[in-house]
Each structure stands twice: as C-alpha cells, then as structure tokens.
Ligand binder design. Sequence first.
Ligand code: DX5
Ligand code: ZN
Length: 217
Amino acid sequence: MNNIVAPSILSCDFTNIAAELEPLKNSKDTWIHLDIMDGHFVPNLTFGIPIIKQISQVCNLPLDAHLMVSNPEFHIEEMKDFGLANITFHFEATSDPLQLISQAKENYKSVGISIKPKTSVSSLSPEVLREIDLILVMSVEPGFGGQSFIEESYSKIKELDTIRKSMGLNFQIQVDGGVSNKNAKTLRETGADNLVAGSYIFKADKDQYAQLIESLR
Ligand code: DX5
Ligand code: ZN
C-alpha cells in the first residue's frame, strides 16, 4: 500500500511558488498536486499549461495534475511532455472514459479518474477499474480549497478498497478535499493511500510544511 501525501498548491502563495515548494524538496513519497480549473467544469479558474510547464522545470518532486476541465483530452495532449507523474481527469467530464484512459496511457505512466461527491463508485465500469492507475475520490465539491470534508466519502473509499481486493487490482485510492490530521488516520485505515491536502499545509508557516506533511502519514 502506498503512503503518499500530495500537497495542493491551490492554497499556496502564487506570487512565490518556487519559494513555497522549497521546504518540501526533501519530503519522501510526496507529490505536488496541481488543481487545474477552467471556469467551466468548475466555477473557479486557476492556472494552465504555461504555468505547469514552468513548475515542472523547477520542481524536483513528482507532479500530480488534477484536471477539473471540460475538455480533458486537450489538456492531456498539451501536457504530455512535462514529465508529470500522474494525470487525473474527471469521470463527469467525458462520455468515453476508456478511450481517454487509453489516449493518456500513451504518454503518462500513471492515469487517474476522479469522481465528484455525488457520483457513485458503481458508475465506474469494471473495464475502467482494470485500466486505471488511480481513483480520486473528491471529498468536497471540486472548485475551491478550504471546504469541509464530506463524511460520506469514507463509504466510497471502503467500497473501492473492497473492489480493489476482490478484483485483484492495485489502483491507488486518492482523497482530495478537507483532509487534515483529524481524518488522515481514518482515511488510511479505510483504504486511502494517497492524501491530497491544500489549506492544511499551505495556510501554515513555511517552516511547518514538512512536519504537517508527515503528520498525515
Ligand atoms: C478542490 C481541489 C483540492 C483542494 C483541496 O477542488 O481539488 O485539491 O486544493 O484543498 P483543501 O485541502 O484545502 O480542502
Ligand atoms: Zn485537487
């Protein structure tokens, strides 16, 4: 089982991203989570291709792109040379997830699919479950950092963990939204092996970042 923490830079100081990432550079099993929002799939708008390219040039940690966009195939194609460790698109943003997975697998070593809080685990077909490397359970409505964790997420994680075991699969279960030291232990015990956290880490002082990351393991 993985024990990854993925700090989301959504809550960091965007005028100084390189300095925000500096305290994280020696953290093991740490991915940098990039929340890409288009103002259409979600109401909020963040950053896109040029900024991700620049981050990929200064960041030595694995980069994890979370596409909250309406046309994920475009972004998957445009970011294929950035050396991303994982790219995740939303189930709700495509009519053909299997096709998108196969397109993404041509250029990415890990491909994820995300489900919003109201999307059930059973929406994901056995074929998708067999092909996917990571399933992202949104534990808040996507769009903004700093929201409260939705408790119903636990049962979805448990369900995915049970399916994973019964089908003999090894996709990662990632959880995103409202993650902190209050729920991290229970999330791990429920089956999550990759925890995204934004405000819990980046709203603290810089000298706390590394320690806060470790507190989630
Ligand atoms: C929300 C984003 C999250 C967000 C998490 O749409 O996908 O990654 O940054 O922020 P916190 O940890 O503050 O809930
Ligand atoms: Zn995210």
